[in-house]
Design a binder for this molecule. Structure first.
Ligand code: FES
Length: 112
């Protein structure tokens, strides 16, 4: 079973589980500030669920690539949209600041 480490939590999940759902189901603060309320609920259009993911996950799909190619995101950043990402193996997740999680300051790490 894959293990997800995020915000100091160790979570076990099924292979191919959706990263957004796994994080929210375990009370990880996926969204920053107002985006907790104003987000697309996993459609891949708002871009606020962006996180850095280290580990084995699905390849970025077209929704993920398209939204992250638009400001304030950058297609060259190493972020992924959690709602468009399937967990395939053990992963570590980091959240950055900014409404869309697009900032350079860490909000939480895998461990804390
Ligand atoms: S929740 Fe909106 S893009 Fe992921």
């Amino acid at each position: 079973m894959p293990q997800v480490v995020a915000q100091g939590k160790l979570i076990e999940c099924e292979s191919q589980a959706n990263l957004r759902k796994v994080l929210l189901d375990h009370d990880v603060d996926l969204y920053n500030s107002g985006s907790r309320v104003i987000n697309c609920r996993g459609l891949g259009s708002c871009g606020t669920c962006a996180v850095k993911v280290e580990g084995e996950v699905s390849a970025a799909n077209w929704r993920d690539q398209t939204r992250r190619s638009l400001p304030p995101h950058s297609p060259t950043s190493e972020l992924r949209l959690a709602c468009q990402t399937q967990i395939l193996g053990d992963v570590k997740v980091t959240k950055f600041d900014g409404f869309w999680g697009q900032g350079s300051q860490i909000v939480w790490t895998p461990e804390v």
